[in-house]
Design a protein around this ligand. Sequence first.
Ligand SMILES: *Cc1c(COP(=O)(O)O)cnc(C)c1O
Length: 376
Amino acid sequence: MSEPPLSEPLRVWAHIDLAALKHNLQSFKQQSASGAVMAVIKADAYGHGLAAVAHCLESQQIDFFGVAHVAEAQALTKLGIKTRIYLLGATLPEERAQIVEHGWTPCICSLAEAEHFDALAKEQGKQLKVHIAIDTGMGRGGFLPQQLVEVCPQLQSLEALIYEGVASHFCASDEDEVFTHLQIELFNTAVDTLKKQMNQDFEYLHLANTAGILDYDIPSCNLSRPGLGLYGIAVGLPKNINNSTDLQPVMTLKSKITLIRELPKGTSLSYGRDYITPHKMQVATVGIGYGDGYPRAVNNNGQAQVFIEGQLCPVLGRVTMDQILVDVSAVAQAKVGSQVELFGAHLSVNKVAQWAQTIPWEIFTQITPRVTRVVN
Ligand SMILES: *Cc1c(COP(=O)(O)O)cnc(C)c1O
């Protein structure tokens, strides 16, 4: 992985590897028969930086960008993005007029939402393409399968809405294989019901997040919605997790050693004196902390490591806001200015998430604005 020269003295930065992003997108395109992809870029592209990620993905041709809400859709539009924008969850009433105005694509999560969109579209003299959300187990919104027969005529009477797609969302595709298969069945049955009751076909049928795409064969769907996987992190059922190594991590979080000291046996390190040196040690101070989004919980059980000069080194004591302490006794080349990888190319963010007892999604989205995104 080649890295761009750093233009200012950075002490914490996230290197964003766009070649890896393109590779991952390609990999998802190849996994689906139709090749159609909705790239999920909510939460500032999972903390990777919206602008660079969106422009890069658009240059590779995708079908939709998936965002959480209107502010994120606005940000994409301001960037000059022309790819269609899809809103992944229920919308607020006050968000809807501009959704219609811009022709963004909502998923319809309730009849009230559908009626409001229809009224707004009529007011603006427009037709709006929408997708129908089916709740197959996530519980965040959409029509329950058993409501469909009743609701179809009502949906059909809304003449300003074009029902372009049907969607649902896995709630346990990386944990519960049996339930996930049930969701696929419920979805397929719901689509059949909608087709029959509404006497139409749907251009887009979509269900799968990253784990869904990697671990399940879903021939009935023709659009996939990868998020985490685009950023290079494989997630899925524990039994498969090691098979999907084709993905390349896009973000590498880095800092530098700011100081190295030899400390005698019995020296206490960091807040609360959790760690006392068991023998003489080379202790490096590194310029990153929870103020940058490196999780404080990471060293609760004393297992956290970072990657320095080709070696994994233990983090010592508690993570502070701006600095951590690391044992570099075994790394002869360690010096002030040595780069420190917190996660990325050599150390998976999945490990960091495990140490912090959380999930990689949360690690990425907690990286704070203080961290410069260095893109190439
Ligand atoms: C966030 C989200 C995704 C992407 O999920 P990953 O697990 O990151 O791939 C897909 N679909 C919906 C509806 C989402 O909210």
